[in-house]
Design a protein around this ligand. Sequence first.
Ligand SMILES: [Zn+2]
Length: 308
Amino acid sequence: MDRKEFLATTFSAGLGLALVPSLLSCVTPMKRSMFDPLTLRAGDLRKIRGNVSRYTNKGGTVGVFEAKDGFLIIDSQFADSIQPVLDGISSKGKPVLYLCNTHHHGDHTSGNIAFKDQNTKVVAHQRVPELQRMAAEKSKKLAEQRYATVLFEKEYRIDLGNEKVTGYHFGNGHTFGDVMYHFENDNVVHMGDLMFNNMIPVYRTADGSDSRSWIKVLEKAQAKFDDDTVFIFGHADKPELTTGNRANLKEMAGFLEASNDFMLKAISEGKSTEQLVKENAFIPGFENRNTPERFAGFLDELRKTLLG
Ligand SMILES: [Zn+2]
């Protein structure tokens, strides 16, 4: 029985007046609006909390946030894999008010161009357009980009009436332009690729990856948010692991610390990456982060950070 039916039944049953005040309070409009879920023809959309959902298909996890007047989307994967989300949104007759990028990597920004509405504000850290352009030049995809035009250095607050979304840049970790976005009412944070769950992260010093600074960024996030916060992760080995809590951030920071220790020891012992990979399939203590195709490259790049 839905609420309307319940009220009709209750009133027709002629229940006492004493019940009326509590019934009235339960039909008083809530401070925040909730909306019917989107239905998508492809990909995997899961509600996280309140008006925040996450979408996985191909590339980085997308954050989907619905407000009264339109949507705010975090990251855009690729033009083809984000299209089901855009189709679902247009069938609701609402615009995308904001597209927020967590960083410049192609699996998070290639779909920006699928957002055809020129009124959509594209938000990112100030380093993102330059890094995105350089990467697009290399991959010969310059004509397929849409760049952020609302740029910021440390913090940017978006006010959508009852809803507030704040982007934070706590320093570089995965790239020079990492931003995490906090949905304040729902207390959900999209971490972008500052969080890889159960995997070796993508780590490229040329893009700004810095394990020591990354640990500090994760510590700042743990201090800023609380035990109730739900975090969305850029990548995980399974779609159901693309969300988690503060303990996951701690685990990721612990992994980076262990990786630094592992590499510093290897450097002091004069061990090559080849030797290390022969002796180890993963960073000791982090068997859950066993990504063989990425391990050697990760170690090579980590060595650059620690020698630099
Ligand atoms: Zn990335």
